[in-house]
Write a protein that binds this ligand. Sequence first.
Ligand code: UDX
Length: 438
Amino acid sequence: MNVAIIGTGYVGLPTGCGLADFGNKVVCIDKDLKKIEQLNSGKSTIYEDGLDDLLKKVIDSGMIHFTASMEEGIPNADLVILAVGTPMHPITGLADLGYIKAAAKELAPLLSGYTVVATKSTVPVGTGDIVESIIKETNPDADVDVISMPEFLREGYAVNDFYFPDRIVVGTNSEKARKVIEELYEPMKNYQPEDKRTKMLFVDRKSSEVIKYASNAFLAVKIHFINEMADFCEASGANVLDVAKGMGLDSRIGPKFLNPGPGYGGSCFPKDTNAIYHLAKSLDVDMTLIGDAINGNNERIKDMAGRILFNAPLRNPKIAILGLAFKNGTDDCRESPAMDIVKYLLDSGAELTVYDPKAMGTAKTLLAEGSVKYANDVWECVDGAECVAILTEWDEFRSIDLETLANLVEKKTIVDLRNLLSKKEAEAHGFKYLGIGV
Ligand code: UDX
């Protein structure tokens, strides 16, 4: 099948490469010429485990091509996937549909033959109707079905989540469109055993749009819940890691997403919780639980930065920051709690040396020139530090040798906002150790 994907970001690029690997002819379209050039040269524009090899494979096989021109990709497409950004509107908190609407307007006149247009970007309920009316108004003769096909991949696991998604949700009432999507994912049968095959759920378009927001909002609330439980455990002398273990044994709760930390971040949870909360408000529905999670998560940043400052010398403390990305496995620093904490510490006069295994490049684009020192590895980062703060859950930080650390730092204080190290071990090496909820 001929597939066109509009938007080659954290969703569009892995999806395009995966669909090309499935044997589809894929054209990825993006306005950013630099990005297009780099991708056609075989160099990925984002860090994702396994993506470089997959990109090279599908370029060498001639199954994928990157272009800035809609004319090149849309006319022959059987399926057009919208994977453009839907950023949060800074004032209203609603998802900004500017890119979606512009893409619909631009692709409409180029459609030829029966085409399925699938929205993969995370969009408010009813966006499918908007895309459909834009296309019909712009090209009344278009033979098109507009469907919702939300993305559930996690950054850092995008390639894995493409090949082994928990579910494929499709919002359409069209039998014809359903057949196209069933054909698209047919290749899963080649590598997924029958009993472990990804479920495909076909619902109406609006329900599909809500499933995405509801899932992300629920996961964000679950994280905020365990963060509040961590605070309660600290105050009551319990251990949140044991509490989470005990909770997770209940099959209705499950062990995942019960790791306390500095708060949830990334380009999805903050944006999606705000989008559904404010959209609900506009429909006179007050989703207080989500609202409280949004406010509590924002407040948490100040509390976390305060813990670091409280455990560092008063005047211009020299603090080593381990981790800048919003989570492990990615170079993405968008809405990263670590970056928010770094900015808060800088405003408080701290002298920071920072290190992240993958996100140094992206962090540099977000931090003022000369505001922090960039280290090439953990040891260079902690050398001479008066406090070491662990902000991102990179595996590399779990195995820090405490002996070496003790010999390098100026003062033996660790504020571990991801509970990566063992409190007992750290204290046995003479450190003052502050974890979360432990
Ligand atoms: C999320 C959803 O998981 C994914 O299904 C959706 O498609 C996109 O949004 P992502 O934003 O990549 O994926 O990251 P995720 O792994 O969900 O983590 C989000 C944030 O929550 C990160 O800041 C992470 O550090 C934090 N987190 C996650 C916790 O603090 N504790 C946890 O137990 C899990």
